[in-house]
Design a protein around this ligand. Structure first.
Ligand code: ATP
Length: 431
């Protein structure tokens, strides 16, 4: 964990936010490499969930919403965590995270923790110049409600019919009592959620389907299956809307932690929004002349948390020619850069060819370009940030019009004609 957090700061993946002002607890900024990687995590999800399917469409809904949405969804009533305070050291804890409610885990005092009280996790704000109850709004604590309140709009405009899904990626906000473990739990984070609307009697079937699909997505993108598990919720753990939930969990350095929850939400959300808005949120099946409220299966993942899991799973240290190297074994779709173009030296003769190779590759993949320091050190720098391929331009390149492709994991080198570089790189990356 320390090695990954350290690498993130040192190489520009993740910076603690507002650092020049002394920091702002548990908020983070994604730097040049982190912004690329986070974007790749989201793109990989979108590719699997929207692009490669014909039954899921996209949405990008507002972050600010009126109280009515959150009354209908139940968030105003029940989106709470049990909060306890220590009367001695003033630390706050989530009661459900404490093993022993008699002893403060921070100062160790006995009998100083208060009784648990419910604390609503939503960020409340006011819209417009008047701060009265009619101007109260909330930052969304999940992206899901955007899909439910747009159900009728999407149904009409997309001409989809159940089973079909609406997918969305975006920021969510929760006033977490105990944020921490780097970007695992933050108050501002990004989610990747999909609501899959199905005929009422098909809920169980599609729930199983999405549990399997989503588990496999993490494996396909490079997390070893033995560091993942699918954990069904106990009945007393289920959310108020759920007829079944399973979490995809990853073995974090401190133990199993949730990456994604897959829930069978039944018709709870559409019915509630229909009741509170007075608008029908149903599907009319012309084939059978039946009108029904679809049931919903929701795979809800965290983009920022998933990025952290990819970093932890990919982090490795090995030895090359007797020298220790740090390597991030990231999937080519997830790595910040897919290719680094490296002239063997800063020699003026090599630069034009190197730049020509760079320009050829740039429209197809994200490239880094680096011409300073010894080539061995530049390979190490690319290994450390997970770049799958390095393309090296040397003095022979000027004669044979070919370059060397070096593989991050096998370290194998292959000579390739410059004229074929785009195709060969694409083949190797199998994006
Ligand atoms: P937890 O039990 O960890 O608080 P949750 O069960 O409340 O999470 P969901 O409401 O199911 O989480 O949200 C779906 C996903 O969003 C989670 O699996 C996680 O990846 C991500 N997520 C939720 N809260 C946070 C947070 N505070 N910081 C980062 N990611 C989060």
């Amino acid at each position: 964990m320390d090695a990954v957090v350290n690498l993130c700061k040192r190489r520009g993946f993740v910076f603690p936010s507002a650092e020049i002002y002394g920091g702002f607890r548990s908020t983070y900024d994604y730097g040049p490499l982190g912004s690329l990687m986070l974007r790749n995590v989201k793109n990989a999800w979108w590719r699997s969930m929207v692009q490669l399917r014909d039954d899921v469409v996209g949405l990008d809904a507002a972050i600010l919403g009126p109280s009515r949405i959150w009354e209908a969804s139940g968030h105003l009533d029940v989106f709470t965590d049990p909060l306890v305070d220590c009367r001695n050291c003033k630390e706050r804890f989530r009661a459900d995270h404490l093993k022993n409610l008699d002893v403060c885990p921070n100062c160790g005092n006995k009998g100083t923790l208060t009784e648990p009280r419910n604390f609503n996790l939503m960020f409340k704000t006011n819209v417009g110049p008047v701060e009265d109850s009619s101007s109260v709004a909330y930052l969304r604590p999940e992206t899901a409600q955007g899909m439910f309140i747009n159900f009728a709009n999407v149904l009409q405009t997309s001409r989809k019919k159940p089973p079909f899904g609406i997918a969305q990626i975006g920021k969510s906000f929760r006033n977490e009592i105990t944020p921490g473990n780097f970007v695992f739990r933050t108050r501002e984070f990004e989610q990747m959620e999909m609501e899959y609307f199905v005929p009422p009697d098909e809920g169980a079937k599609w729930f199983e389907y999405w549990c399997e699909e989503r588990f496999n997505w993490y494996v396909e993108h490079g997390i070893p299956a033995d560091q993942l598990r699918l954990r069904p919720h106990d009945p007393d753990e289920l959310s108020h809307y759920s007829a079944g939930t399973s979490d995809v969990e990853f073995m974090f350095p401190w133990g199993w932690g949730e990456l994604e929850g897959i829930a069978n939400r039944t018709d709870f959300d559409l019915k509630k929004h229909s009741e509170f808005s007075g608008q029908p949120l149903e599907y009319f099946d012309q084939a059978t002349n039946e009108r029904y409220t679809p049931h919903v299966i929701e795979p809800a993942a965290g983009a920022t948390r998933t990025m952290m899991a990819f970093l932890l799973a990919g982090y490795d240290e090995d030895e090359v020619n007797g020298e220790k190297r740090t390597v991030l074994r990231l999937h080519p779709r997830i790595a910040p850069y897919q290719v680094a173009v490296l002239p063997l030296s800063k020699n003026d003769q090599l630069i034009p060819t190197a730049r020509e190779v760079l320009r050829a590759l740039q429209p197809h993949v994200m490239c880094d370009y680096d011409q300073t320091q010894a080539i061995g050190r530049r390979y190490r720098r690319q290994d450390e940030i997970g770049t799958p391929l390095c393309v090296t331009v040397d003095f022979d390149s000027l004669e044979d019009n070919a370059v060397t492709i070096r593989d991050r994991d096998s370290l194998a080198q292959e000579r390739v004609p410059i004229a074929e570089i785009v195709d060969r790189v694409k083949d190797r990356l199998a994006l």
